[in-house]
Design a protein around this ligand. Sequence first.
Ligand SMILES: [Mg+2]
Length: 217
Amino acid sequence: MMINKYKHIIWDWNGTLLDDTEFCVGIMNGMLTRRMMSNISKSYYKRIFTFPIRKYYEKIGLPIDDEQFVLLSKEFIYEYELNRLTCGIFEGAEEVLQTIIELGLSQSILSAYSQNTLEEIVAHFGLTKYFSKIKGLDNIYASSKIELGKQLMSELGLLKGEALLIGDTLHDKEAAEAIGADCVLIANGHQDKTVLASSGIEVFDSITHFKNQYFKD
Ligand SMILES: [Mg+2]
């Protein structure tokens, strides 16, 4: 089994375990409507979504000077927090988390989401028990997971190549490279398969496809 190459699995949360892409498109369309701007489709969103978030707002045509960016971020987060529990976990995700534990590997979450809210929502879905560490950012302007990831690797005592990071964006791949973890991407979240494939690393359509590949004998 390819998964046995690793000691530890690092999961991204939004768009990888939590199915929140359509939810985010809906929030953005509300923000655009309030500004008399055209709404966007999910497939368009997946082609333009990127980190830092400021770049993504710019591509949509929203004003991104410091003041406006703070206001937009607050507006988005407010709406997100209000209805976040209407999102669900991806089909097959918990089964994969359970199987990984049974294989004797440990797991963590590395997220650009804020620490408190991250812990709370993971607990809401009853998933806390699968993770030895849950690591989020301590501000709402989600910029980079790289520093956070380096802390995580050192706290867990992980060396280069011992961890596999599973994410849904090119930022996850960038973070994985920077912290010395291998990476696979799942195209069921915030970025389009074509965008992800441009990175040259392995891309799966769903967690189940990943499982079928990495857990076979
Ligand atoms: Mg993500």
